[in-house]
Design a protein around this ligand. Structure first.
Ligand code: DON
Length: 321
């Protein structure tokens, strides 16, 4: 990346560009509590490995991380159960299906395609080995985001627990097919853990810090601490690149070229190749369940700062979404 670029100015221009497309999206309402998000919100944050923070718009509004939790739960499952165990239960292949699809569970006779879709994440949750899995999850999130005040949103948790019949259906199919792992007494306990993890609140700034740690192979460059091993980070970033934006992952990789993960709360975190982390928030979603404004912001940053991981590091002309 050209170090003379004015990153703050580029970020502000990216947010302005993102605001232009907000009319195309809608706030998620299938979890009733999510429908209360302010639809016009849009913010972003970018952190360099030397600790410099660039922030604009609604970068400090907390929102529930939803599917972004799938990357943290995968890290925790790999740390506690190991690579072979986890990937004996879930695959590594992208799907062209919706994030909450049940289709392949019936057509394929064994495991969900990957840990980034709901079925895969429910299996991954069952793999976590810990006395108090949610407590370990929260500790990991706080550490990777460098924010000890991160907590769960009780209202969103109850709202999803009450309305999450589709995830409940997925979990019961997985139980029926003996795919769930561990010594769980009740499949409802695995679902409860999954719903809790989705309901943890973060800001775009928290996500930028997390993405920066992933960009630095699991080391927090601001403290020097190795939080996650490079092997686990490599696995997680690869799956983010291939499957992190669901059935939009291919198009997003062509246009943005950064391992990323989205959530229906409106967040996206993106790992830049030069050790930088990016976090964005905009609750209006496109039809695939990804933040419309957030995608635009990241695409603008990637092209104007030359971040596409398969390009030469020079700014490039963005292909419109
Ligand atoms: O399981 C669900 O449906 C939500 N808790 C999470 C889904 C999600 O974030 C999909 N993202 N784009």
């Amino acid at each position: 990346m050209d170090e003379t670029l004015d990153i703050q100015a580029v970020l502000e221009a990216a947010i302005a560009e993102g605001r232009q497309v907000l009319y195309e999206g809608n706030v998620a309402d299938y979890i009733p509590e999510l429908a209360k998000a302010a639809p016009g919100s849009l913010g972003g944050c970018l952190i360099k490995p030397d600790g410099t923070v660039y922030a604009a718009g609604d970068y400090d509004i907390p929102f529930t991380m939803q599917s972004i939790s799938k990357t943290f739960s995968l890290i925790l499952a790999l740390q506690t159960a190991g690579f072979n165990r986890v990937f004996s239960k879930v695959g590594m292949e992208p799907t062209g299906d919706r994030f909450d699809s049940i289709l392949q569970l019936e057509l394929k006779d064994w495991h969900p395609f990957n840990p980034m879709i709901n079925a895969g994440a429910i299996v991954v949750s069952s793999c976590i080995r810990a006395k108090d899995p949610f407590d370990e999850f929260l500790k990991l999130v706080r550490k990777l985001c460098a924010n000890d005040s991160i907590s769960m949103n009780e209202r969103v948790y109850y709202s999803e627990k009450q309305s999450g019949t589709r995830n409940r259906a997925i979990a019961y199919i997985l139980m029926n097919d003996h795919i769930l792992d561990g010594e769980w007494e009740d499949v409802e306990d695995i679902l409860d853990l999954y719903f809790r993890m989705c309901s943890v609140m973060v800001t775009a700034k928290d996500l930028a810090h997390y993405a920066m740690v992933l960009a630095n192979d699991g080391i927090d460059p601001t403290t020097g601490e190795q939080i996650v091993t490079p092997d686990i980070v490599r696995v997680v970033k690869t799956l983010m690149l291939l499957c992190g934006m669901y059935d939009e992952s291919g198009e997003y990789a062509v246009k943005v070229g950064l391992p990323s993960k989205s959530g229906v709360g409106g967040g996206i975190c993106a790992v830049a190749p030069n050790g930088m982390g990016i976090g964005v928030f905009g609750p209006k979603l496109n039809k695939k369940g990804n933040s419309v404004g957030g995608e635009k912001v990241i695409q603008y940053l990637s092209s104007h700062l030359g971040l596409h991981m398969l390009s030469d590091g020079k700014p490039y002309k963005s292909i419109a979404f």
